[in-house]
Design a protein. Structure first.
Length: 92
């Protein structure tokens, strides 16, 4: 005895476009005054977005490394790189 066949409908393939813009996110460990243009604010402890958008994840990550390396040691102790995410996506 053969098993009954399921009638399946074909679905069109869904094509997802790759992200066009990426934003860096940073962990702030202790309160930090940010004075880099265009962002001039105080970041409280937690995860915060960087002010700039980048065309690829690799470029965003490279810029994050350069940004952190350019900071004074006392600032480097207050902030860590979290990750680069597509624009509009926030870390969990």
């Amino acid at each position: 005895m053969s098993a009954p066949m399921l009638k399946l409908e074909e679905r069109p393939a869904v094509r997802v476009e790759p992200p066009k813009q990426w934003r860096n996110w940073y962990w702030v460990i202790t309160r930090l005054k940010v004075v880099t243009t265009p962002l001039q604010t105080t970041w409280e402890p937690g995860v915060h977005p960087g002010p700039h958008l980048f065309p690829s994840k690799e470029i965003a990550e490279t810029q994050a490394i350069k940004f952190l390396a350019s900071q004074r040691p006392e600032v480097q102790r207050c902030i860590e790189y979290h990750e680069a995410l597509p624009e509009g996506v926030t870390p969990e």
